[in-house]
Design a protein around this ligand. Structure first.
Ligand SMILES: C[S@@+](CC[C@H](N)C(=O)[O-])C[C@H]1O[C@@H](n2cnc3c(N)ncnc32)[C@H](O)[C@@H]1O
Length: 306
């Protein structure tokens, strides 16, 4: 597999993280190593980067792509909710910048056997880490009750017709492949002009298979805790559930008091640990979207450790 994933908001990440020579950086989702390569180049000659990925295939590709940086880069096959432990083990604290570029890489999407794409035919898998996680999309699709399946589609896909789709899936059981699932969804949901009806269904199942939101929720406080003073945290999300979670976390951590507004005096003793660098998310330009349609839904939020 070649490293043909185009990193989104590339320049904005280098600027957002204020990458500098000698800095210590963490790429929590190293993928094909696109952003990581930029960070290593920009932090030459002695900046160091610790890269994590939950997908062993991504780590292998990043190894090849980043080999020229030798000892300056360390790559670890672990999910980012282990960030604090991995950073401590590798003496990579405090960090001057931490990046999360969430979701899927083009490499994962292009590999039909991973089951992430409805445009190609493959097994209903969708695991980021096939070596650890035994729950696959096929298990969810074929074994959940109608109510459970409708709940997954509604909660993680924000699909209004979740129950109708779940009924169609249950009727069509057993489903074996991504094409089986996509055509089952197409039978009950009319094709919209913008996105394929299966897009949200695949998103929902992928989030559930990998427990993505819970893992992200665990990782963000760890990342904030690893930052050096004035260190930067940058998060690129690709759908509203992720972005909402990131926005809430950053907002909360940038406030001194998080008591409910009806309380007349502060009882929480919470102290801000972050300063928001971006009040509104940074979006890709039309030019970037034209060159890389995957960037379309990207939103970047940046905060700085106080
Ligand atoms: C959009 S890609 C990153 C691409 C990368 N920034 C680049 O420029 O090549 C997202 C990556 O995050 C990884 N990933 C998803 N969830 C993860 C998690 N919980 N922990 C670590 N990596 C994760 C995926 O396996 C995928 O390789």
């Amino acid at each position: 597999m070649r490293s043909n994933h185009i990193p989104v908001l590339f320049q904005q990440i280098l600027e957002g993280l204020e990458v500098q020579s000698g800095g210590r950086y963490i790429d929590a989702t190293v993928g094909g190593g696109g952003h990581a390569g930029g960070i290593l180049r920009e932090s030459s000659p002695d900046g160091r980067l610790l890269g994590l990925d939950r997908d062993p295939a991504a780590i292998e590709i990043a190894h090849t792509h980043l080999a020229r940086y030798g000892e300056r880069v360390k790559l670890v096959h672990r999910p980012f909710n282990c960030l604090a432990e991995v950073a401590q083990t590798h003496h990579h604290v405090p960090a001057n910048g931490i990046l999360f570029d969430l979701g899927l890489s083009s490499l994962q999407l292009a590999d039909a056997m991973r089951g992430f794409a409805f445009m190609t035919d493959g097994p209903l898998d969708m695991r980021f880490d096939p070596t650890k996680n035994s729950l696959t999309a096929a298990t969810l699709v074929n074994e959940l009750s109608l109510e459970e399946l409708a709940d997954v589609l509604y909660r993680y896909g924000e699909i209004e017709q979740a129950r109708r789709i779940a009924e169609a899936i249950v009727d069509a059981r057993p489903l074996q492949t991504t094409k089986d699932l996509a055509s089952t969804v197409e039978r009950v949901v009319r094709r919209g002009r913008k996105i394929h009806p299966a897009t949200r269904v695949f998103q929902a199942l992928r989030i559930a298979v990998n427990d993505e939101l819970a893992v992200l929720e665990e990782a963000l406080p760890q990342a904030a805790g690893l930052l050096a003073s004035n260190g930067r945290l940058a998060v690129i999300s690709f759908h509203s559930l992720e972005d909402r979670l990131v926005k809430r976390f950053l907002r909360r951590e940038s406030q001194d008091c998080i008591c409910p507004p009806e309380l007349p005096v502060c009882r929480c003793d919470h102290q801000a640990t972050l300063r928001l660098v971006t009040r509104k998310p940074i979006r890709p330009t039309m030019d970037e979207i034209a060159a890389n349609p995957r960037a379309r839904s990207a939103r970047l939020r940046v905060a700085e450790r106080i």
